[in-house]
Design a protein around this ligand. Structure first.
Ligand code: AMP
Length: 424
């Protein structure tokens, strides 16, 4: 290793990534706890897949014509010559895990969730990062439209339980293998007519996946797409019936939504229902969560023919909408002076920590008064005072910083009074 200092640029976090610092982490944990608690009440279990997968998994799962696969993947060749990708999304990993472990044979509900980092080489901007986090939820083997409504309702409940109100839920059906080709053909005809006005990306999409033109962020392309035919008129009877039932189940739940016929979502695999929740006061990156049904992925992977539906919520975008504050910490600050007191402080800090009490013991060699000042500044709930006299007597003083009162006692009795105080 060179002893030269790192250049300034390399000392910063990699572009599009960020640290989640103490103070923020507590908010993240609250969101994670709320999400996992809620999902478990709906019968979901956590499934943790690796961060790296074979590149082919995403090429096949996410789709070869998707922006993610064509432009955004962090792909590298490992030392064994394999092409490996940092997961850009979670769905293909869950499907792989099910096929690999034959979770479909266990007879347990196939409802899984996960919270973790995803990686996309995208243009970083507010709300768009290269390493970001998703709360991901997937249900398998439920083809009934009632589950589509339930998962949308669960997404809505998650947002409401975190205090989010300024959102709108959009839903659509993108049809299936039976009805979409006809629609794509019609779209191609329309897109060809306005080819000149479309961006280069969309021109390519006329051939590869014309539905995607609806999904473009380029204003001019979106404007032209407004006059394209809508999928609603092309749905086969099964898809039409499914979509009508999703809406009537959603009506039963009381979740408000709007049917948005141009909502196609950025992934190739969706069939039938797609949905998105947008932040009404958000800027450009206003999609908080999105998902849909993907009934063919498992079979396409060579697994059993099992349908699925899921969604992913962007944690950074969600947290940006919240006004959550970290809970204040209640901890003991141990003040000690002298070698004997220091040794005792080490012993008692361990005892308090083992007893379940957050205890801070520092070794900066500050004087008594200065340690009190520090306890105050850090917001300690209690100060445990250990001087030579206390060590000799085996009795110590505990100051309640808010009340300004002080009690004396053995370590056991002081610990008991803190534990008691923490309960109230
Ligand atoms: P997707 O997997 O593209 O369907 O996205 C689902 C959700 O993940 C979006 O609604 C966003 O909230 C979030 N998301 C997707 N890409 C990014 C990104 N590059 N940075 C931050 N959040 C993202």
């Amino acid at each position: 290793m060179s002893s030269d200092p790192l250049p300034k640029k390399e000392l910063g976090a990699v572009k599009g990534t960020h640290d989640i610092l103490p103070g923020e982490v507590e908010i993240w944990r609250k969101v994670e706890a709320e999400a996992s608690g809620l999902f478990e009440r709906y019968g979901y279990r956590e499934l943790r897949a690796p961060i790296i997968e074979h590149t082919e998994l995403f090429e096949k799962g996410t789709g070869e014509t998707s922006d993610i696969v064509t432009k955004e993947m962090y792909t590298f060749v490992d030392k064994g010559g394999r092409s490996i990708t940092l997961r850009p999304e979670y769905t293909p990993s869950v499907v792989r895990a099910i096929v690999e472990h034959r979770l479909d044979l266990l007879g347990t509900p196939m409802r899984y969730y996960y919270i973790g980092p995803m990686f996309r080489y995208d243009k970083p901007q507010k709300g768009r990062y290269r390493q970001f986090h998703q709360i991901d939820v997937e249900v398998f083997a439920e083809k009934d439209p009632a589950i589509d409504a339930e998962i949308i309702e669960m997404a809505d409940t998650l947002l409401r339980s975190l205090g989010v109100t300024e959102t709108e839920t959009l839903i659509n059906s993108v049809g299936c293998k039976a009805c979409r080709p006809e629609f794509s053909k019609e779209l191609r005809t329309h897109a060809e007519k306005v080819r000149e006005g479309l961006c280069e990306d969309c021109r390519r999409k006329i051939e590869t996946n014309p539905l995607r033109i609806f999904d473009r962020k380029v204003e001019a392309c979106r404007g032209l797409a407004k006059d394209f035919p809508q999928i609603t008129g092309f749905l086969c009877e099964e898809c039409r019936d499914h979509f009508a039932k999703v809406r009537s189940f959603l009506d039963l739940t009381g979740v408000s939504y709007r049917v948005e016929p141009n909502l196609v979502r950025g992934l190739d695999y969706y069939t039938k229902t797609t949905f998105e929740v947008i932040n009404l006061s958000g800027g450009q990156q206003n999609a908080v969560l999105g998902g849909g049904r993907y009934d063919n992925m498992m079979k396409d992977f060579g697994g059993p023919d099992i349908c699925a539906i899921g969604f992913a919520c962007g944690v950074e975008r969600l947290i940006a909408m919240l006004s959550l504050q970290p809970d204040p910490r209640k901890f003991v600050y141990v003040v000690h002076a002298g070698d004997a007191a220091k040794a005792k402080a080490v012993e008692l800090a361990r005892m308090f920590r083992c007893g379940g009490v957050e205890t801070l013991l520092e070794f900066a060699g500050r004087g008594f008064k200065s340690q009190f000042g520090r306890a105050n500044k850090l917001g300690a709930a209690w100060v445990l005072i250990i001087g030579e006299d206390e060590v000799a007597k085996g009795e110590f003083l505990l100051k309640d910083m808010a009340a300004g009162t002080q009690i004396a006692g053995t370590p056991e009795s002081l610990l008991a009074s803190i534990v008691e105080g923490n309960k109230s």
